[in-house]
Ligand binder design. Structure first.
Ligand code: FES
Ligand code: MG
Length: 593
């Protein structure tokens, strides 16, 4: 190792130690010396390790990283690297309007520019809240410099009146109870805030915990990193160890392209089914794969992941929250159990410098109530079904959250199991839904299927989490909490709704959903994985020829840029032109003066 270290010339030395260009070297050195570092450090030949800071007052889910920073930097120093923290554009799921999803690609772009244009040799990517993790992984993929993710960990479990209350779920349940008149406004707010008792990201298996589990399953974080609750001692240790490890990765030149292979993505898909992961994982992983140059298709989520059982008893698919999941063994325990069943590619390289099989070799579940064995799961065949038909080319349904009540009402019709035919009611967006959902003239009954459109990447813009529409009040009072819902937007990863979502292409770009009308009959066939409007081909074509794209008002320059270049959710919702840029770390930018 000593020899390798002595011989290694890092990218950052092109800035700070280039005798062939003293004019520029002087300019680079003087300003980085005036506050942050000495000349001896900058010319030491040690790797400069960027730390992408995603936490701030505006991004509370990731604010823990402000406090972890000392430990990350200590790890980097102790291993012989030089840390340089830098800010990234905030993405706060619950703060950003019209949706944080709009900013995933903006943060990605910003990260790529920082990593490419500054003297960095490797990066620690801090992650946590939903879109921060994919944005960081997408940037790492495009750049292909040594990179490691460190998530902030979930909040402690929430409790209200002696009952576990989890992120997101507490809101969906509270909205229902409020609509039914069972709680008042103040209790609604109190319950919601009780679900968030500490620093950290969502404590349910929502998109945050899912995406951090995905980063770990891909091999991009240290083993066991994702599930440690934010305030725990082990979180601090993990920050230190992550800082130490990235320095070794810089010397080893262990890059995302060595780790995020097709097999690694298959591991992630399998883990997603086993943990009851979020419906946001497919577009996010699709985006990471495309930036990495790995072949992945939305249909892979069904072919690779559908027959995997649900093994984690965590809300929304189960009962527990983050603390229990961590104590039961977290992601390594799930992967060890999957590996025993032959469902993990054990040979995948990871950031530890060892294979996934080596990382998880001695891991196991310590609590089978929370992490089950593969053979005695909570539910069999718990992955996503990927549907298609005349309404869209692809849409997802998360089967692990289909309740017995929903199954009985809509899917277990004797003689036609898995087939459901009903009348459609169509909303043009969440405002239209809120205005009209209780309108008696819509004649919504227990058999109706609710549709929402114009809420995808281009339509919203950014794709909104609005497909999990609550039934009208009279249906709720009748005891039915979930009508079937379909849309070209997304839904929260914390939702227990078995919606059909992420429909691509979306309505505003001429996808089939655009031509559906209230009153049409639609037919869902889960056995064939199809959803079709039962409208004659002739009539459908006529509607198509009459259709004009709705006018869309951009409110910011980024909204216009995003809408011009974004693709569809089924393809990851990427900036399409950005996917052509791959492994750009070695293409050094020109000097700036
Ligand atoms: Fe940020 Fe859930 S809202 S993690
Ligand atoms: Mg959300």
């Amino acid at each position: 190792m000593a020899n390798t270290r002595a011989n290694k010339r890092f990218r950052s030395q092109e800035w700070f130690d280039n005798p062939n260009n003293p004019g520029m070297t002087a300019l680079y050195l003087e300003r980085y010396q005036n506050q942050t570092h000495t000349r001896a450090e900058l010319q030491s030949g040690k790797p400069i390790i960027g730390i992408a800071q995603t936490g701030s007052d505006l991004a509370p889910c990731n604010k823990i990283h402000v406090f972890l920073m000392d430990r990350i930097k200590a790890g980097i120093r102790d291993a012989g690297g030089i840390p340089m923290e830098f800010p990234v554009h905030p993405i706060q799921e619950t703060g950003k309007r019209p949706t944080a999803a709009l900013d995933r690609n903006l943060t990605y772009l910003g990260l790529v520019e920082v990593m490419h244009g500054y003297p960095l040799d490797a990066v620690v990517l801090t992650t946590g809240c939903d879109k921060t993790t994919p944005a960081m992984l997408m940037g790492a993929a495009t750049m292909d410099l040594p990179a490691i993710t460190l998530n902030g960990g979930p909040m402690l479990d929430g409790w209200f009146k002696g009952k576990r209350v989890g992120s997101g779920g507490v809101i969906w349940e509270g909205r229902r109870l409020l609509a039914e008149g069972k709680i008042d406004y103040d209790e609604f707010i109190d319950r919601a805030c009780a679900s968030a008792p500490s620093l950290g990201h969502c404590n349910t298996m929502g998109t945050a915990s899912t995406m951090n589990a995905m980063a770990e399953a891909l091999g991009m974080s240290l083993t066991g990193c994702s599930a440690i609750p934010a305030p725990f001692r082990e979180r601090m240790e993990m920050a230190y160890e992550t800082g130490k490890r990235i320095v070794a990765m810089a010397y080893e030149d262990l890059k995302p392209s060595d780790i995020m292979t097709r097999e690694a993505f298959e591991n992630a898909i399998v883990v997603n089914s086993a943990i009851g992961g979020s419906t946001n994982a497919p577009p996010h992983l699709q985006a990471v794969a495309r930036h990495m140059g790995v072949e992945l298709n939305v249909k892979d989520w069904q072919t690779v992941g559908y027959d995997v059982p649900l093994m984690v008893n965590m809300q929304p698919a189960g009962a527990y929250l983050g603390e229990s999941f961590h104590r039961a063994g977290g992601v390594p325990a799930v992967m060890a159990e999957l590996a025993k069943a032959g469902r993990i590619h054990g040979g995948c390289m990871t950031v530890t410098g060892r294979t996934m099989a080596e990382n998880i070799a001695d891991r196991e579940s310590f609590d089978h109530e929370v992490i089950t064995t593969f053979d005695a799961p909570m539910r069999k065949n718990a992955g996503f079904v990927v549907l298609s038909g005349n309404l869209f080319d692809s849409a997802l349904m998360k089967t692990s959250v289909i309740s017995d009540d929903f199954r009985r009402r809509y899917l277990d019709t004797p003689g036609s199991e898995g087939i459901y035919e009903a009348r459609a009611v169509v909303f043009e967006g969440p405002e239209d839904y809120h205005d009209r959902i209780n309108d008696p003239s819509l004649e919504i009954d227990d058999l109706t299927i609710l549709f929402i459109r114009n809420v995808g990447c281009v339509g919203y813009p950014g794709s909104a989490e609005v497909v999990n529409m609550q039934p009208p009040d009279h249906i709720l009072r009748g005891g039915n909490t979930h009508l079937p819902t379909v849309g070209d937007g997304r839904q929260s990863g914390t939702s227990e709704s078995p919606s059909i979502l992420n429909a691509s292409p979306e309505a505003v770009v001429g996808g089939g959903l655009a031509f559906l009308r209230t009153g049409d009959r639609v037919r869902l066939d889960l056995n064939e994985a199809t959803l079709n409007a039962l409208v004659t081909e002739e009539e459908w074509k006529e509607r198509q020829s009459e259709w004009t794209a709705p006018d869309m008002k951009h409110q910011t320059p980024w909204q216009e840029i995003y809408r011009t270049h974004v693709g569809q959710l089924g393809d990851g919702g990427c900036l399409e032109l950005a996917t052509a840029y791959q492994r750009i770390a070695r293409d050094l930018p020109r000097d700036n003066h």
